[in-house]
Write a protein that binds this ligand. Sequence first.
Ligand code: SF4
Length: 267
Amino acid sequence: MLQQTQVGRVLEYFPRWVARFPDLATLASANRRDVLVAWAGLGYNRRALLLHDAAKTLVERFGGNIPRDIETLRQLPGVGRYTARAIASFAFGVRTAVVDTNVRRVVIRYFGLTIGPNPSATARQVETLAEHLLPPRAYVRWNHAMMDLGALVCTSRRASCAKCPLAFSCRSAGSITPPERRSTPKETIPRRIWRGRIMSILLSRPPLYRATYKEIERALQEGFPRDPQPYLPDVLMSLARDGMVSIPSMSHHGLRSGFRGFIRLAE
Ligand code: SF4
């Protein structure tokens, strides 16, 4: 839940989620629709399905236990480098550096690194340096502190070096200039917004959770500055590919030429 979503919002959802799915076995045995309905409103719905898939993998392959080892954790659906390290550190107290976007920025600035053309090589270099910084004890608190430092003091918009505890040895202290603001064209609506709106439309229609193409199109037009028609078939197809909706005829042409059947929330 905390991937891409702020803590305050997760605090609202987490207790409800845990009440609905109190253990891995309950989540693993639920159907996709139940999982999507329970996640409704939190956004980035694909995370819900990945979490569901991860629960199934944990039950089937690991006897319902969560592994502590980072490489094994990374084999789970939806678990990348950052999440694997976060689970190992915060859930199991493993001595490892947790490198999210904020920590990455702090490490890059602290060591004065130049970003190379290969993103995974840079990610590995940052992780190695972050490991090097870890203290021998209290390393879990250190991870929390580094994340907070990146979120509150050494932010992407502003480096408050005067109040930073790392300033005495940081290679970039006092030299970070705020990035120029790039203006995005007002009419651009990111694809994830379309996806989220379509999922909200379907989730708002219990008990069948379905709508025709025309109904979705009409609902999207309410309060949206752009005509959804040129984008809608592509976005629906991408939702179907991700297993979030089902479309009886998975034909792009069928959607463009006025598909008459129902588009449903995945079951
Ligand atoms: S001294 Fe400045 S640039 Fe360096 S880590 Fe602290 S806030 Fe960031």
